[in-house]
Write a protein that binds this ligand. Structure first.
Ligand SMILES: *Cc1c(COP(=O)(O)O)cnc(C)c1O
Length: 231
């Protein structure tokens, strides 16, 4: 099937268009293909079309898919973008490359403790509950700096704090779509001002990636627009 390859091309054109409109540097936004509830074969097709970064929401589903695609393991980068409970951290620390949904220090501590020797540090983002957030997950904006400092103090050979992530509610106009993304970008700038060297803003999905790129997203998480509707 070439439809996933075509859809990937279209999404990349949307990203490139938004990057260009915003006057940002070409290549400054990475595409994370969200493969939750899609079969391993769909990931394989996206891989064959050049995609390397994949986002998953559910730990067990992701582990099963990784096992099916173990031949590709060294070439793929797996990102956990769904909520993470503290009793599920071990398999995540052992199998993933990134976790975007850290919202408590305890989770980051467990991931650091459980990251196996010899693996690259697990790359972390803090999920922030910006205004208009669709879920109850995420750290409150007022608590981000303290959490970020706590995560930065963990062993850097085990976990590395990269930036912030959010999941705003869908909105029906461009201004409303941009507002929560602007809020996350301003929070990152505030952390920069406090001396934290973070480089990632994980924001924007199929419906709002242009608004997210306009506000400074460095990583858009796109599911439906790449793979079609989820089974
Ligand atoms: C499902 C999901 C996405 C992708 O959503 P689409 O609307 O299908 O692009 C992105 N981020 C998170 C956290 C998700 O759960």
């Amino acid at each position: 099937m070439e439809t996933i390859a075509k859809a990937l091309q279209q999404v990349k054109r949307r990203i490139d268009g938004a990057v260009d409109s915003a006057g940002r540097a070409p290549g400054s936004v990475q595409l994370l293909a969200v493969s939750k509830l899609q079969p391993a074969g769909a990931v394989q097709q996206a891989f064959e079309a050049g995609q390397r970064d994949f986002g998953e929401n559910y730990v067990q589903e992701a582990l099963d898919k990784m096992a099916e695609l173990s031949d590709l393991r060294l070439q793929l980068t797996w990102h956990l973008i769904g909520p993470l409970q503290s009793n599920k951290t071990r398999p995540v620390a052992e199998a993933f490359d990134w976790v975007h949904t850290v919202d408590r220090l305890k989770i980051a501590q467990r991931l650091a403790d459980q990251r196996p020797d010899g693996m690259a540090p697990l790359q972390l983002c803090l999920q922030v509950n910006v205004s208009g957030e669709a879920s109850k997950h995420g750290v409150a904006p007022a608590d981000v700096l303290q959490l970020a400092r706590g995560v930065m103090a963990l062993p850097p050979d085990r976990v590395r704090l990269r930036g912030l992530m959010s999941i705003p509610e869908a909105a029906d106009n461009e201004a409303a779509r941009r507002a929560p993304h602007r809020e996350l970008r301003e929070l990152l700038q505030y952390l920069h001002g406090a001396g934290l060297p973070l480089d990632t803003l994980s924001m924007g999905m199929s419906g709002d990636l242009e608004a997210a790129v306009a506000e400074g997203s460095t990583m858009v998480r796109v599911g439906t627009a790449v793979f079609g509707a989820r089974g």
